[in-house]
Design a protein around this ligand. Structure first.
Ligand SMILES: NC(=O)c1ccc[n+]([C@@H]2O[C@H](COP(=O)([O-])OP(=O)(O)OC[C@H]3O[C@@H](n4cnc5c(N)ncnc54)[C@H](O)[C@@H]3O)[C@@H](O)[C@H]2O)c1
Length: 372
């Protein structure tokens, strides 16, 4: 396959970064911009120079792959429809609303034999790759502890889909934290045990599906312990992303600074030094559109996997792991104890086949929804 013909489905906020990634990728050709909102589909198509449509089902015959940038409640349905028609799928996180729905996606793409990738974009950014390689190459020895702290303020009012627990039965931890739990799994090791405390004191009135702030702790299979402290309800952040790992031979620190710089620092017996720097004031660090090269690696990996029939490093089987851990952590908080992740995953309600009607009944009970 020379160029992979792609339909980008959903032309809202995150799609811009995906389009940038496709434009920079020689193996990709966006042939359709799709959005139920015709104006959005048209606007993106004019920039890209391609066709547009309001119904994704109508364009599947003309593409090799879909890049799904719609809200979470549509990821599974769109993935399954595309896979059943032999199309490769890249879907935005969070992969699905529940573990059952995510498993349904995995079963369907495996049955169809198509490439399936979840957009855990951080795995494809150079600073996170530098951090990961240093961990995995043993540059800090055996990892004993790790820590991630993220802080931001979600725009108000939030997108309408975030205000409806049928569409978004979650909060910051699952929606945003999935990136960082995925990082802990990727760089530190599989997570076996968890507990959590959180609240929704700031945004609970507008996002009823879950927390806006939480502190979770994890035990990893290799014995390391880690902690994820996050909020998307901090109006005056003093930082952005901070990721640290401490090992028997050294320590690593990845920082997103307030001025836009990103650095990775290594401290060991050789001293204290910077092993990565991204500086937005340096032109060669930026993409053609004046942004950080954040999406290019991800899109390039997807296209390469489609062209070469390879399995993406963030296949759905990998993408579901962060969901399993976060949902176990959330259950642990509710049950006021520490939970073993695998035991949680194996609960009958999590192993049941996907059933939209049962899911809606669960939302009605769990959230007293729709509220009277
Ligand atoms: N990786 C990241 O860092 C990151 C950041 C932001 C958002 N996201 C994820 O991206 C997804 C979209 O988020 P967003 O902020 O772009 O949302 P958004 O609301 O800005 O955009 C979603 C778009 O999907 C369109 N849409 C809705 N139903 C559709 C349908 N049936 N067919 C075609 N288009 C349809 C909407 O009209 C809208 O334009 C979410 O899953 C979100 O979690 C990821």
């Amino acid at each position: 396959m020379e160029k992979v013909k792609v339909a980008v489905i959903g032309c809202g906020g995150i799609s811009r970064a995906h389009f940038n990634g496709h434009l920079e990728c020689p193996g990709s050709e966006v042939v359709y911009c799709v959005d139920v909102d015709e104006a959005k589909a048209r606007e993106k198509a004019e920039v890209i120079g391609c066709k547009w449509h309001t119904d994704y089902l109508q364009v599947l015959d003309e593409v090799d792959a879909v890049d799904i940038c719609t809200p979470p409640h549509l990821h599974a349905e769109m993935t399954v429809e595309a896979a059943r028609r032999g199309k490769h799928v890249l879907t935005e996180k969070i992969m699905a609303r529940t573990l059952n729905e995510a498993r349904w996606m995995i079963e369907e793409v495996e049955r169809a034999g198509v490439v399936f990738m979840v957009a855990f974009v951080l795995r494809y950014r150079p600073e996170f790759q530098t951090f990961h390689e240093a961990c995995r190459e043993g540059r800090i020895g055996e990892i004993r502890q790790a820590y991630i702290h993220t802080q931001m303020m979600l725009g108000r009012p939030p997108a309408a889909w975030r205000t409806d627990p049928y569409k978004f039965p979650m909060g910051a931890f699952l929606s945003h934290g999935c990136h960082y739990v995925d990082q802990l799994i990727w760089s530190v090791g599989e997570i076996v045990e968890t507990s959590n405390v959180g609240h929704a004191l700031t945004l609970g009135d507008v996002i009823p599906g879950g927390d806006d702030t939480n502190c979770a702790i994890f035990r990893h299979e290799n014995g390391a312990v880690s902690c994820y402290v996050e909020s998307w309800a901090i109006p005056y952040p003093v930082g952005s992303i901070r990721f640290e790992a401490y090992g028997t031979k050294g320590s690593l620190q990845l920082l997103y600074h307030m001025d836009g710089k990103r650095t990775v620092r290594l401290r060991d017996q050789e001293g204290d030094r910077q092993i990565f720097e991204f500086d937005p004031s340096k032109k060669d660090h930026m993409d053609a559109f004046g942004g950080a090269k954040d999406m290019q690696g991800q899109i390039a990996h997807f296209i390469e996997c489609v062209q070469q029939g390879k399995e993406p490093i963030t296949h759905g089987r990998e993408g579901i792991k962060a969901m399993q851990v976060i949902l176990a952590a959330t259950a642990a908080e509710k049950e006021q104890r520490t939970l073993n992740v695998q035991e949680f995953v194996n609960r009958p309600e999590n192993l049941a086949p996907w059933d939209e009607a049962a899911f809606r009944a669960w939302v009605e009970q769990e959230y007293n929804w729709p509220r009277q």
